[in-house]
Write a protein that binds this ligand. Sequence first.
Ligand code: NAD
Ligand code: 0WE
Length: 258
Amino acid sequence: MSDLSGKHGLIVGVANKRSISWAIAQAAAAAGARLALTFPSARLEENVRELAATLENPVLAPCDVASDQQIGDLAATLQHEFGGLDFLVHGAAFAPADALSHPFVETSRESFRVALDVSVYSLVALTRAVVPLMEPRGGGSILTLTYIGSQRVFPNYNVMGVAKAALESSVRYLASDLGPKNIRVNAISAGAIKTLAASGISGFSSILQVYRDRAPLRRGVDTSEVADAAVFLLSQASRAVTGEIVMVDAGFHVNGGI
Ligand code: NAD
Ligand code: 0WE
């Protein structure tokens, strides 16, 4: 059921081998999908190129998700290379570092704008760009990645929490708009994982320890566990699921304050 053979997918958000998006790419490829991967800058191109080389017949394209021009060019490349698209994984997020190390109340207008632009509006823009590629295929599946900091306060998550709240709401509005085209839009809310996006976050190790101590499963989650849930949401196995936020967090979210 969780089969992606004959499907074409776009994965945005691979930075290195620890990226959640890379685990999803590997699992989707193992399920039979052919993939396009993007890199946001020349600095990350070589990384992504090396990882993509381990996939079968990948497409590689630049895409800074803050650029409408690059998103438009990407859609044209996919139309040319794949002739359509069956799924999109959105794993891009960014807030300026200073916004994650000072009290939320001090967030500048510019940091707020950048965080919401890169981490939220990018989903709307990418979704709009791929709809014309998915419609002729009879539908599609769009997946983004979120964190429980959207719902509750976690020290230093700050403007990213506000961005994830907007992202989760965007999932519901997009699902409503695109449901009639059989395009589904969902999110996975992953437990904390030590990726590039988590490096340099002071106190990240103690966040991981909280999962080991208090999550119902008494452990953290790894990227392959998020990827297995992703393959379900990208496949026909989840054909009646849309607008949903699936918690893949060892049950952490059920806990109260103690
Ligand atoms: P990561 O650093 O590997 O991935 C983040 C990606 O965002 C990188 O590939 C980076 O290049 C990309 N990105 C940033 N700015 C961009 C831009 N302008 N254009 C294109 N791409 C851009 O870290 P990750 O943990 O795999 O993060 C992936 C997603 O998972 C993010 O949305 C993150 O919020 C979410 N998430 C992470 C965790 C965690 O604990 N690591 C938990 C829950 C959700
Ligand atoms: O969404 C995230 C992190 C996203 C992120 C990370 C960075 C670090 C480097 C966005 N922008 C930046 N900007 C940088 O300059 N996560 C879910 C991982 C994460 O980040 C935290 C967390 C967790 C969990 C930050 C503070 C507290 C907890």
